[in-house]
Write a protein that binds this ligand. Sequence first.
Ligand code: ZN
Length: 117
Amino acid sequence: METELPKGTFKPLAKILGPLSLWMAAGWAVYPYLVVKVYDAMGETVNAGEVELFSYIMVPTFVILGIIFIIYGFTGQEVPDAQINALNPEKWPCPRCLKPQAADSKKCENCGMFIRK
Ligand SMILES: [Zn+2]
């Protein structure tokens, strides 16, 4: 029994992941310099080209991800909380078998586990 989520359910998550992705991109942009610095401080040499190559992949990836998340998270209609709450009317998963149970039940209908609350 799959319940379809209303469009835009993940907007709040995207609002966090968007800026976080850009932050990650910035981190990856600085990363090669840090690695080289650390290795320099230890008196060792590191193949900076190899580290940079990895950064060249990670930076655009996170920039694109960040932009997608931000566009999705900050544009369009938000789902009202009521609509999200209506998806899951007072149900919670059984700790043992994870089957959703009515909020007022004392015992799991599926596996018979007693619930203490
Ligand atoms: Zn159960």
